[in-house]
Design a binder for this molecule. Structure first.
Ligand SMILES: NC(=O)c1ccc[n+]([C@@H]2O[C@H](COP(=O)([O-])OP(=O)(O)OC[C@H]3O[C@@H](n4cnc5c(N)ncnc54)[C@H](OP(=O)(O)O)[C@@H]3O)[C@@H](O)[C@H]2O)c1
Length: 268
């Protein structure tokens, strides 16, 4: 399918690993000039190098990705990332909000400052990015914003209660702001993954399989007992949906949250 993304520009946050890195890879492979943002300099540099290695292959003329190190808990850092991205890319057509702090566990055992950090990076971080980049897109009457949220937005899980709350707030925000952005031809949608096979998860299943002399699929099948399709979501599925939402293939779609979770959460 021709997505028409070649020559566009994008910012992907949380792009040093996991879903964000997979999205950066996919978007760059479509010929998009991409700024990759994360906190740890070394990891981000390696990730950008990995994505850059695809430049010049398969007719991909996208420039090598630009890694920008930033702590997205801080408003001033987000301002800097946006200013630097606009300066280096010329303009920003696509924003993928994806950065988050990984955490889980008992609510009462979670330090209060960790609760605040989870909210700051993902909840406030996504909202601040939209607040600061949308005027730039609205002025150009063009842009697509994709928020990577999570299926716990719909049904909270006890050991992920703060993450669930942040996710619910972000789906509400995505739906709520869409109408205003639409007046300037800017779209905003979200993708809510269920439990996803990131590199970390992949390694853990491979180790278990080796230790128990089982196949990878057998262990995954066991782990995914509560998921009707009995498999974890592949990062490529999230990346592919991001490409569709970034492109004009669904040019009439805005304010939507798309759940990709193997059928785990049957919500409306
Ligand atoms: N994996 C899943 O099963 C799953 C399920 C549902 C939803 N999601 C959502 O999908 C998104 C990606 O998940 P993932 O599992 O791929 O995440 P991950 O592997 O934990 O990676 C998180 C990314 O966010 C960056 N980050 C964290 N704190 C930051 C900060 N203060 N400033 C800048 N960057 C920061 C990390 O960079 P550094 O390492 O440099 O800090 C990293 O690049 C998240 O929003 C997550 O909630 C994931």
């Amino acid at each position: 399918m021709e997505l028409g993304l070649t020559g566009k520009t994008a910012i992907v946050t949380g792009a040093s690993q996991g879903i964000g890195l997979e999205i950066a890879r996919a978007i760059h492979a479509e010929g998009v000039a991409v700024v990759m943002v994360a906190q740890s300099a070394g990891k981000l540099r390696d990730a950008a190098r990995d994505v850059a290695s695809a430049s010049g292959t398969d007719g991909n003329d996208a420039p090598p990705p630009i890694p920008l190190v930033a702590d997205l808990m801080l408003r001033a850092e987000i301002e800097r990332v946006i200013a630097e991205s606009v300066q280096r890319l010329g303009s920003v057509d696509i924003l993928v909000n994806n950065a988050a702090r990984a955490h889980s566990g008992n609510f009462f055992k979670m330090p209060v400052d960790e609760i605040e950090k989870v909210w700051q990076v993902k909840g406030l971080g996504y909202v601040r990015f939209v607040r600061m980049i949308a005027p730039h897109m609205m002025e150009r009457r063009s842009g697509s914003i994709i928020n990577i949220i999570g299926s716990t937005a719909r049904v909270p899980t006890t050991d992920f209660i703060i993450g669930s709350m942040v996710n619910a707030a972000l789906v509400n925000f995505t739906r709520g702001i869409a109408r205003e952005l639409a007046q300037a031809n800017v779209r905003i949608n979200s993708i809510s993954p269920g439990w996803t096979m990131t590199e970390r998860q992949n390694k853990s299943i491979a180790l278990q399989a080796a230790a128990r002399k089982l196949s990878f699929d057998q262990v995954e099948h066991e782990e995914a007992r509560g998921i009707p399709l009995r498999r974890l979501v592949r990062m490529g599925e999230i990346a592919a949906m991001t490409l569709l939402l970034a492109s004009d293939v669904f040019g009439s779609m805005t304010g939507e949250d798309i759940v990709i979770d193997g059928g785990a959460i049957p919500s409306i």
